[in-house]
Each structure stands twice: as C-alpha cells, then as structure tokens.
Design a protein around this ligand. Structure first.
Ligand code: NAD
Ligand code: IPM
Ligand code: MN
Length: 355
C-alpha cells in the first residue's frame, strides 16, 4: 500500500509525524506493509520550487493508493501573488484527483462532553453528524472571477456554479452514506435567494427518487447554522456545496470539543483518496509541540477504512483515541477544566500506548 504523505506548513509536519507513528504501529501490530513517500504542497513547495503544487507532487499522488495531508498556508505566504498561494495547491490537488466528495464526520466523543460548548441536556442527546461537502465545484472554482478595479474603485467577484451532474454525484454520496447511518439527509442551500441553489435543490430532490428509503429534508444555510448549535442531534447527514460545507464543518467541529478533533476524507472516482484533518496550519501554535494530533490520527483511521478496507485496523486506532481521551489526556485546544494537559507528541504517545 503506497501512501503519498504531504506534511505541508505550520503544524502540518508535527501532526503528520505523529500520525505516521500510529500508521507504523498499525503496520507492526497487524503485519501490514505501508510504503510512504513524501511530497511538497503549499508554502513549503513555494519556497522550494516556486509553485504550491509542483508537477512532481501531482505525479506522486496519482502513483499512490492514498494521500495523507497535514495542512497548508500561513502568514508568510499571505502577501504573495494570489495565483500561487499555498491554498491553491490544496485546491489544485483536489481538482487534479477529482476529489469531489469531502466527507467530514463530526462526532462528539462522550469523553469530551464537558468540552462541548452546548448545554449539558443538549449534549446528552448526542452529536454524530456527517457533513458531505461538495469539493471541486461551487464558488471556489466557478468562472468568471475577478479581483481588480471598476469605476475607479477596487472591485471583485466570484461565481457560484453547479452543473446537474456535480449535484447528482454528491447527492448520491450523501444518500449512500445515510443508508449506513440513520437514514436521514438534510440538504443545505440558499434557494430562497440564489439561482444556483434552486438548481441544487431541484436535482437533490430528483436524485432522491432513487433512494425512497432515505428521509430527505432541506434547510437554508443560515437556519442550518443556527440549528446546528441549537440542537445538533436532529441531524444525521448534511449535504451541501463547497463554501457552505467549509463553514458548517468548522462549526460542527467546535461542537465536538475542538477543531483539532475532526478528520476528513476527500474522495472521487478512480483516483486515490486524500485524508486530512479539517483544520488549518494553525500558525499561532506551529513549532511548539502544542497541536492536537488526533484529527490527523483519525484521518489515518479513515484512510485505513476507506482506502484499504482495513476495518479492524481502523477500529484499533479509534478505540485507542477513545481510551486516550478516557484517560484524561487533553491538548490545549480542548477547552475543559482539569485533565492531563499534554502536547502533540505526548498525546500521540498515549494513543500508541493504547493500541
Ligand atoms: P486554523 O484551523 O489553522 O486555526 C484556527 C484556530 O484553531 C487557531 O487558533 C489554531 O491554533 C487552532 N487549531 C487548529 N488546528 C489545531 C490543532 N490541531 N490543535 C490545536 N489547535 C488547533 O485556521 P486559520 O487560522 O483560519 O488558518 C490558518 C492557515 O491555515 C491559513 O493560511 C489557512 O488558509 C490555512 N488553512 C488550511 C487548511 C488546510 O490545509 N486544509 C484548512 C484551513 C485553513
Ligand atoms: C479546508 C480549508 C480549505 C478550504 C482552504 C485552505 C483552501 O479551509 O480544507 O477546510 O476552504 O477548502
Ligand atoms: Mn475549512
């Protein structure tokens, strides 16, 4: 099993190094051979090769069975030409690999109930939401786009576009996911205002005809954002476009105790999947061994499950994470009184010991 590893920038190298120790341990414990190769993406690639997504990186990814990514970006590269920003590297590899479906499971580990910002009675109802975010379309990629001047002042725009086939295939992913869960999908859009959202809703409703066993509902994105903090237990699978999904998944992450907890899988057809935490490069804590490695470790678990069909191995990693939380280990991002306060390395070591 060939894995292309892209640590990226900021805390990326720290969290990926720890996640790879977990992968190594899985290899030892279950007698699996993982072959890893490193590639540059984001700011580090700009520094080394002048572009955020070198051709060699794309080739290495395509030649792998799965891709593991840390995070990209940072203040150092915020000032450069927007066409070659680190984030362009991430958007580029998603597009290159055709990874149109970003699956972001937001689950509140019961051990972190006290770290949840919501009222205890709401927390008690549980939070187990899967955000299915469209990843290669929408306003992120729509043309035309413009950053310049008009009528003597600064002026800019982007375009939110969706083709029927893009909506259909992400809706399918959501309905299929719901079949393995509680059987409910809520589609999130802004169909009361946006033309593109009316197309979105119509196609989701049409695709739903193939899934009569699934319950489908719709919410406008502003209401969805509100409902997510009012009572997250009402949701099972949320399906939405690129931008709304980006925002709602950070919100869902906060409810699980910290953005440092949420893994994700970016999947397409044919090419290897890309597994990454949903958070960014956290420049404010980079290089200090403070980052929470659990989102990346759980991304490895998603990789084992989805890319390699290794359910037992994935379960082992997830159980070890739960046990580590049970034992009280907490990195600084988890807002909770007490607990064993640890850094990135020590958190990962506790997970390793629990495997
Ligand atoms: P961020 O997710 O990097 O950080 C937001 C806050 O959460 C910060 O206070 C940070 O310290 C904290 N945080 C994030 N991950 C953490 C972890 N694992 N452990 C502990 N604390 C953690 O978001 P931002 O500050 O808006 O963005 C910083 C940079 O990261 C920007 O350049 C942005 O473009 C980039 N970014 C990259 C990705 C990605 O690579 N997938 C995702 C989001 C943002
Ligand atoms: C994410 C990030 C990226 C996104 C950025 C860094 C391009 O926020 O993976 O959630 O917006 O998709
Ligand atoms: Mn994001």
């Amino acid at each position: 099993m060939k894995i292309c590893v892209m640590p990226g920038d900021g805390i990326g190298p720290e969290i990926v190094a720890q996640a790879l120790r977990v992968l190594d341990k899985v290899g030892d414990k279950f007698g699996r051979a993982f072959e890893t190769t490193e590639a540059l993406i984001g700011g580090c690639a700009i520094d080394a090769e002048g572009v955020p997504l070198p051709a060699g990186t794309v080739a290495k990814c395509k030649d792998s069975d799965a891709v593991l990514l840390g995070a990209v970006g940072g203040p150092k590269w915020d000032v450069i030409d927007p066409a070659i920003r680190p984030e362009k590297g991430l958007l580029g590899i998603r597009k290159e690999l055709g990874l149109f479906a970003n699956v972001r499971p937001a689950k509140l580990f019961k051990q972190l109930s006290a770290a949840c910002y919501l009222r205890p009675d709401i927390v008690a109802r549980g939070l187990d939401v899967m955000v299915v975010r469209e990843l290669t379309g929408g306003i992120y990629f729509g043309e035309p786009r413009f950053d310049g001047e008009k009528d003597g002042e600064r002026f800019g725009y982007n375009t939110m576009t969706y083709y029927e086939h893009e909506i259909r295939r992400i809706a399918k992913v959501a309905f299929e996911a719901a079949r393995k869960r509680s059987g409910r999908v809520c589609s999130v859009d802004k169909a009361n205002v946006l033309d593109v959202s009316r197309v979105w809703r119509e196609i989701v409703i049409d695709e739903h005809k193939n899934y009569p066993d699934i319950e489908l509902s719709h919410l406008y994105v502003d209401n969805a954002a509100m409902q997510l903090v009012r009572d997250p237990s009402q949701f099972d699978v949320l399906v939405t476009g690129n931008l709304f999904g980006d925002i709602l998944s950070d919100e869902a992450a906060a409810i699980t105790g910290s953005i440092g907890m949420l893994p994700s899988a970016s999947l397409g057809a044919g090419n290897p999947g890309l597994f990454e935490p949903i958070h960014g490069s956290a420049p404010d804590i980079a290089g200090k061994d403070l980052a929470n490695p659990l989102a990346t470790i759980l991304s490895v678990s998603m990789m084992l499950r989805h890319a390699f069909d290794m359910a037992e191995e994935a379960d082992c990693v997830e159980r070890a994470v739960e046990k580590t939380l049970e034992q009280g280990y907490r990195t600084g991002d988890i807002m909770q009184e007490g607990g064993k306060r640890v850094g990135c390395t020590a958190m990962a070591e506790a997970v390793l010991a629990n495997m």
